[in-house]
Ligand binder design. Structure first.
Ligand SMILES: NC(=O)c1ccc[n+]([C@@H]2O[C@H](COP(=O)([O-])OP(=O)(O)OC[C@H]3O[C@@H](n4cnc5c(N)ncnc54)[C@H](OP(=O)(O)O)[C@@H]3O)[C@@H](O)[C@H]2O)c1
Length: 263
């Protein structure tokens, strides 16, 4: 019997390049995987691909738009039962500035608030399944955070800047959320996955020299490896802890956390 038998993982952006590979890696390790996607057809197709790759996979698809707070909390409300691993992975880098129906800039809503809402919405389930882990898929491509203009109302919108800002924010929120919970109960870590060709990388104008499976390696390792049990609030790449300049700016972390909590 697999070591991880009976454990449950939720992965957002599960039909994307890296998300699908993360689901496959977790299914290979015996997790029941909830594939959270925003489009039913793409969800079905991705689940079919994972099932084909891992015959024993136990998968469920769930439809959720992580840029919409109400959908995230409704999703969490539908997911009763244990939750050992949450992987926040869904992200976008649209070339044009857009807004959610609630009037929030779309990239901030998806890549930043989406991560924060998922952690808040699933906190109870994670605590009830302790020890549990959150993995926030971030990026080495990060910076340009402007706490006074998170939604590009003053700056000209540029998807590279908006993306870098969002991935810096993901790393900072990782530190903030890690502090909320005892490491023996929930750990929260961020990572650069790897560089794989995807819709997102295409929008940013770069390709990717790694396969999705290679890019999923560090997120899956962070979600499962016993050697890092209890380690929290850190940033990783290629399975190695990296020093993170953004983790040192306490004032900015607190302010970002407070801003996000206001949504
Ligand atoms: N690819 C790289 O080289 C690279 C490098 C560094 C970091 N990353 C990070 O890796 C993660 C995965 O990226 P990827 O390259 O695999 O991109 P991708 O193939 O474009 O996948 C993105 C996924 O997010 C989903 N998504 C977008 N907006 C959503 C929303 N509002 N609600 C629910 N799901 C939503 C997409 O769904 P749809 O298919 O429906 O749009 C898709 O499943 C991201 O966090 C990204 O920042 C990627």
């Amino acid at each position: 019997m697999s070591e991880e038998q009976g454990r449950v993982a939720v992965v957002t952006g599960a039909n994307g390049a890296i998300g699908r590979a993360i689901c496959q890696g977790l299914a290979e390790r015996g997790f029941d995987v909830v594939m959270a996607c925003r489009n039913p057809e793409r969800a079905r197709q991705a689940a079919g691909e994972v099932q084909k790759a891992v015959a024993s996979a136990r998968l469920r698809t769930e439809i959720v738009d992580v840029s919409r707070k109400a959908e995230v909390f409704a999703f969490a409300g539908r997911c009763t039962g244990r939750l050992d691993v949450l992987v926040n992975n869904a992200a976008i880098a649209p070339r044009q500035r857009g807004e959610t129906p609630e009037g929030i800039e779309l990239e901030f809503a998806t890549n930043v608030l989406g991560y924060a809402w998922m952690m808040r919405a699933f906190a109870e389930a994670l605590l009830a399944s302790a020890p549990a882990r959150v993995v926030n898929v971030a990026s080495y491509w990060a910076g340009d955070l402007d706490l006074d203009d998170l939604q590009f109302k003053q700056r000209d919108y540029n998807n590279d800047t908006a993306y870098r800002q969002s991935k810096q924010a993901d790393r900072m929120l990782t530190v903030a959320f890690a502090r909320r919970w005892p490491p023996a109960e929930i750990t929260v870590n961020a990572c650069h996955p790897g560089d794989a060709h995807s819709t997102l990388s295409h929008s940013l104008g770069y390709g990717g020299h790694e396969t999705p499976e290679q890019a999923a390696d560090t997120p899956v390792w962070l979600a499962t490896d016993p050697s890092i049990a209890g380690l929290t609030g850190k940033y990783f790449a290629s399975r190695r802890q990296q020093s993170c300049e953004f983790a040192k700016n306490e004032k900015a972390i607190a302010r970002l956390d407070e801003i996000c909590a206001g949504f």
